[in-house]
Design a protein around this ligand. Structure first.
Ligand SMILES: Cc1cc2nc3c(=O)[nH]c(=O)nc-3n(C[C@H](O)[C@H](O)[C@H](O)COP(=O)(O)O)c2cc1C
Length: 226
């Protein structure tokens, strides 16, 4: 698989098979992903991998709490800017509509949407959960570094025939997750990521999200040839 194929075949997988992923493979992926760049080579990322009984314990804890509090306790950082402006607002809206349409959930069916949202707590059935944290002293530059590290993991996963779903959902449970992972006080949970083999037949995995046209986000000047 080349890089273009890895990029093109990566998608946010929301239905996994229960086929286990050996620790060796997760270690290999993380070993390779550590070549991700970071400003000043700070390597500001920490990743906590859970599987088996450890993952089940966390999933059970959060699923039980999510029953009475489906949107989570709170977040330590704003997931989206307040009053999201255009074109971002419409993109977010369309992404949600397209996602729920794959499984036949209509706009008005808030209960069904919430039930689907709550499947985040199960990591959509993935056998491995990765949880990303960084030191609280870090700023926007280092958060971008962690993003590059995460994308490296997601692309490497494709090389191993694995799929992923990055999950900010877990930021809504930062206290429970932080306690469970015994995160030191100076560490902040950023995000989770489901990792495993995809259920190719699952309708929800058929979602192929839109992207803006190149002209909307790129500009070009000064090239000697077209
Ligand atoms: C940092 C980050 C957090 C995300 N959190 C969630 C999440 O909690 N739950 C979820 O289902 N998808 C989540 N997503 C997936 C996005 O919705 C998805 O990347 C976007 O719609 C583009 O679709 P694609 O990944 O299939 O190309 C997240 C993506 C990123 C990059």
């Amino acid at each position: 698989m080349n890089v273009s194929e890895a990029i093109d075949s990566r998608l946010s997988c929301r239905a996994f098979l229960d086929t286990p992923v050996p620790e060796r493979i997760v270690r290999e992926i993380l070993e390779k992903a550590k070549r991700a760049p970071s400003g000043g080579n700070l390597q500001p990322w920490f990743v906590h991998a859970l599987s088996g009984a450890a993952l089940h314990e966390l999933v059970a804890k959060v699923s039980a709490l999510a029953e009475s509090n489906p949107l989570g306790e709170a977040t330590e950082y704003p997931i989206y800017p307040p009053n999201l402006k255009e074109p971002y607002r419409s993109r977010r809206f369309k992404c949600g509509e397209d996602l729920y349409a794959t499984i036949g959930i209509g706009r008005q069916d808030k209960a069904a949407r919430l039930r689907q949202y709550s499947r985040n707590a199960l990591l959509f059935g993935a056998p491995v959960g990765l949880f990303f944290s960084l030191d609280r002293i870090m700023g926007v530059d280092q958060w971008a570094d962690v993003g590059m590290f995460m994308q490296s993991i997601m692309l490497l996963a494709r090389e191993y025939c694995l799929h992923t779903c990055p999950q900010e959902y877990w930021a809504g449970w930062y206290q429970v997750v932080g306690e469970f992972l015994a995160l030191p006080a100076e560490q902040m949970l950023f995000c989770g990521m489901a990792l495993g083999y995809w259920d190719e037949a699952a309708p929800i995995n058929r979602l192929r999200t839109d992207r803006a046209a190149l002209e909307e986000f790129a500009s070009f000047r000064g090239f000697a040839s077209p």
